[in-house]
Design a protein around this ligand. Structure first.
Ligand SMILES: C[S@@+](CC[C@H](N)C(=O)[O-])C[C@H]1O[C@@H](n2cnc3c(N)ncnc32)[C@H](O)[C@@H]1O
Length: 260
């Protein structure tokens, strides 16, 4: 069998997935083309609506058997096709959350016949009741002022007060700008902060995350930083090279991968 762990395959995910054994993956993070005609140096985002949804169903059918019974999936979508794709996934998994990623887009102009869209819709799906989920790894610490305000005796010793609260389903994280150190030259690169939260919550330490559409390799970089393994696919050879460079920078301890 091909060596597949900690590997980026520079090829089509749909045909390439056969190289990954069934039931081997702890977590799938999928950030597919959105069906909006974006330019990834290939025609992958140029399908019409019907072809796009057929292609989506095909890769979902190929990817889900790779998950362990305790496995989960996060999928990045936009409002345009999330309703149809959530219905597809609900045939095979249980939907745990719809997460809204508020990209903190500044207010400026935009269309005049509807509201400006400034979020991604992320679906969080799980395979079974006993899916892996480590809430303590992603709790958000209270600041001193809030903690003091909750100092009534009934709250003292409460786990949520000491360890922090459960992240809510609206994640407000800035999209990446040129000045962010982690920024690579990819049109839809995701922030490490988001991918690392998914990994820490939904992939055990030493476990393996599968990303069929690696882009600039954020999932692989995050996996390396969090002590998880990865496997992924990317069609565009320029992006494949970018991923190798980002991974090499981590091995070299480069501040380029710092979140500051
Ligand atoms: C939305 S982007 C992923 C961005 C990534 N999450 C990041 O943080 O950089 C989707 C990527 O999927 C790639 N892609 C599209 N179709 C593919 C396919 N069939 N197999 C593998 N990669 C594909 C595109 O070239 C593009 O880079």
């Amino acid at each position: 069998m091909t060596q597949w762990r900690n590997r980026i395959f520079c090829e089509d995910a749909l045909s390439g997935m056969a190289q990954i054994p069934d039931g081997a993956i702890d977590l799938i993070i999928a950030d597919p083309p959105y069906g909006l005609g974006k330019d990834y140096g290939n025609d992958s985002d140029k399908l019409d609506a019907e072809a796009y949804l057929q292609w989506t169903q095909a890769w979902i059918n190929a990817a889900l058997p790779k998950l362990k019974v305790t496995g989960s999936l996060y999928i990045f979508l936009t409002w345009r096709y999330s309703p149809e794709i959530f219905v597809m996934l609900k045939q095979q998994m249980t939907m745990a959350n719809e997460i809204i990623w508020d990209r903190r887009v500044p207010s400026m102009g935009g269309g005049t016949r509807k509201y400006s869209s400034v979020h991604d819709t992320i679906g969080f799906f799980v395979n079974a009741k006993d899916y892996y989920f480590d809430l303590d790894a992603v709790r958000i610490a209270y600041d001193a002022v809030t903690k003091k305000a909750r100092s009534r005796s009934i709250f003292i010793g409460a786990k949520w007060l000491e360890l922090g609260y459960n992240p809510k389903d609206v994640w407000s994280v800035s999209r990446l700008h040129r000045e962010h150190r982690e920024r690579a030259d990819h049109p839809t690169q995701k922030p490490l902060e988001i991918i690392e939260r998914m990994l820490k919550a939904s992939c055990p330490p030493g476990g393996i995350v599968f990303d069929p559409f690696m882009g600039s390799g954020t999932t692989a970089v995050a996996a390396r930083r969090c002590g998880r393994d990865f496997v992924g696919f990317e069609l565009n050879p320029v992006y494949c090279e970018m991923i190798e460079q980002r991974l090499a920078a981590i091995e070299a301890g480069s501040p380029e991968t710092s979140l500051e």
